[in-house]
Design a protein around this ligand. Structure first.
Ligand SMILES: NC(=O)c1ccc[n+]([C@@H]2O[C@H](COP(=O)([O-])OP(=O)(O)OC[C@H]3O[C@@H](n4cnc5c(N)ncnc54)[C@H](OP(=O)(O)O)[C@@H]3O)[C@@H](O)[C@H]2O)c1
Length: 254
């Protein structure tokens, strides 16, 4: 029986999730990666130097998540040391022009998937006195005019993650909430920011983001912003909502 700790990473086939998988692999974790696209998922699993299982699942699909959880519980033998809720999709539209079906789909993936999978794996996380890492976003603390469904889903995810972090230690589980700023990845290319000579300075790589997550884990932090100064964006929106709203009306789509 493999006794190395098991980390489950949703959205582990690309971007921040795959960069984190590489770091955990070098620290001798065994990995279970979850995503929808088969080819990219298998390529990601094969690229890692440790035993890695690949699980095809849409985390926005309740039945699929139920089946995924059963597979993961069996794989871990009732113990899962780490769950990284990282799978996410953009939602680029305004508050009123959003297609309600799209708003629901974004919420299903970015919020409900996180809640459902964590609940189903909870007994195994408790048994292992494990860690949950929820990849939320700076968009969970501020709202831009042109990414209403995404911001709404990340506000929900952030609030839920903070509530979980408050409750989990009583059961021996610790939670790390991660709020990245812009990171150029497959689904979030950040082309507008990268095209701008000044704005591109706020963009960081998926590798830098994964390093910050590992540092957050090692320092037993409960919530990080990546980079940390993004924390002030939420403060600004809270203390100066009118001025922030004017700026947000002009800002790019996320
Ligand atoms: N990049 C940024 O600027 C940024 C900033 C703040 C927060 N974040 C958050 O970081 C997380 C990771 O995103 P990323 O930037 O690394 O993007 P990415 O490179 O596009 O990776 C997204 C990952 O999630 C998977 N995924 C998407 N929808 C899924 C679903 N319904 N079920 C299962 N897996 C799904 C993707 O694989 P498949 O498509 O094959 O399913 C892929 O593995 C997301 O939660 C995102 O909201 C990103």
């Amino acid at each position: 029986m493999d006794t190395r700790p098991l980390a489950v990473i949703t959205g582990g086939s690309s971007g921040i999730g795959l960069a984190l998988a590489r770091r955990l692999a070098s620290r001798h974790w065994r990995l279970a990666l979850v995503a929808r696209g088969e080819e990219r998922l298998h390529a990601a699993a094969a690229s890692l130097p440790v035993e890695t299982s690949a699980h095809i699942c849409d985390v926005g699909d309740r039945d699929a998540v139920q089946a995924l959880a059963a597979d993961l519980l069996e794989l871990g033998g009732g113990r899962i040391e780490m769950l990284v809720n990282n799978a996410g999709i953009p939602g680029r539209s305004g508050a009123l022009d959003v297609d309600p079906a799209v708003a629901r789909a974004v919420m299903d993936v970015n919020y409900h998937g996180m809640v459902q999978l964590t609940r189903l794996l909870w007994p195994a996380l408790v048994a292992a006195r494990g860690r949950v890492i929820n990849v939320c976003s700076v968009a969970g603390t501020v709202a831009l005019a042109q990414s209403a469904p995404y911001s709404a889903s990340k506000h929900a995810a952030l609030a839920w993650s903070r509530a979980l972090a408050a409750a989990a230690p009583a059961e021996g589980v610790r939670v790390l909430t991660v709020n990245p700023g812009p990171v150029p990845t497959a689904a979030f290319p950040q082309a507008d920011l990268l095209a701008h000579p000044l704005a591109r300075r706020v963009v960081i790589s998926d590798e830098a983001c994964a390093s910050a997550i590992v540092r957050g884990l090692e320092r037993r932090r409960s919530e990080i912003f990546v980079p940390e100064w993004w924390r002030f964006a939420g403060v600004l929106q809270a203390v100066a909502p009118t001025a922030f709203g004017r700026a947000a009306a002009r800002a790019r789509r996320a």
